[in-house]
Design a protein around this ligand. Structure first.
Ligand code: APR
Length: 248
């Protein structure tokens, strides 16, 4: 049924969340084994705290005085590899069944799996970004423990590209994500609880504009009632199966 809808669609956009990377060993945030479920919800003012005292923020990081959930997430991120679902998503793009992916994940696994037209709406953990001019610098696998120098372009404050709670989504990725959603006549929501705005708001915008919404998630979400099809499956099972059907 999902393959049929995709075949009949002109412009299919994927919207992935933490569930997309669970089978790569990265814990989700919500639900049974979510980090927030385990450690409690994080403070929503991370960004304003960082801006008040960036040196203090980096010193806590340098001295490993960072929250247990960040340590758990950081270790999982460091060892994670793309799984069959990531590669299948790249395969769907390659065969023209999918035109782009907006991901809420910062793990970079979509890019590693070969996805080309990818928008990382919550940033990428291996990049730094200037909060004034938005210039980004790739770090590769080196994740700094010390405060980076001010922006080479504008002397602005540089932080990790990863969007903190309370931080506005950088204009460039927000506009790019919105542009993709506005072109979509089908959105494939994979592994997201569809609870965190403004990213999740894009799903409601797409639906209101008449796009067909498809969900792949082992559990129901707030989005389920809007979906033409909501498949109770994991990303690692459903996406390779979908690619197989669409490759036949
Ligand atoms: N395959 C597909 N979906 C899965 C799998 C799996 N193997 N395992 C769990 N899920 C689903 C869960 O049922 C849940 O609905 O993935 C979803 C994960 O939801 P969240 O943990 O809330 O992740 P996400 O929607 O991406 O959260 C959005 O919240 O904390 C912030 O910035 C963080 O980007 C994150 C944002």
């Amino acid at each position: 049924e999902i393959a049929e809808i995709i075949r009949e669609s002109e412009y299919v956009v994927g919207m992935t969340g933490a569930g997309m990377s669970v089978e790569s060993g990265i814990p989700p945030f919500r639900g049974a084994d979510g980090l927030w479920t385990k450690y409690g919800n994080p403070p929503m003012d991370g960004y304003s705290k960082f801006k008040e005292d960036p040196t203090g923020w980096w010193n806590r990081r340098t001295n490993e005085k960072i929250d247990a959930h960040i340590l758990e997430l950081r270790d999982a991120l460091a060892n994670a590899k793309p799984h069959a679902g990531h590669y299948a998503l790249a395969g769907l793009e390659k065969q023209g069944s999918l035109q782009s992916v907006v991901t809420q994940n910062i793990d970079g696994l979509d890019e590693k799996a070969g996805l080309q037209n990818l928008i990382e709406i919550h940033g990428n953990r291996t990049k730094l970004r200037c909060i004034e001019c938005g210039d980004r610098v790739s770090l590769g696998e080196f994740v700094p423990l010390f405060a980076p120098d001010p922006c080479e372009k504008c002397e602005g404050l540089v932080k990790f590209d990863t969007v903190m709670f309370g931080e506005p989504i950088p204009d460039d990725v927000m506009m790019a994500a919105r542009a993709e959603i506005d072109k979509a006549d089908c959105v494939l929501a994979i592994g997201t609880s569809a609870t965190v705005r403004p990213a999740s708001g894009l799903l409601w915008i797409a639906e209101a504009a008449g796009a067909t919404i498809i969900e792949i998630n082992p559990t129901e979400t707030k989005l389920t009632s809007l979906c033409a099809v909501s498949l109770r499956s994991t990303a690692g099972e459903a996406l390779p199966a979908l690619l197989k059907i669409l490759s036949a």
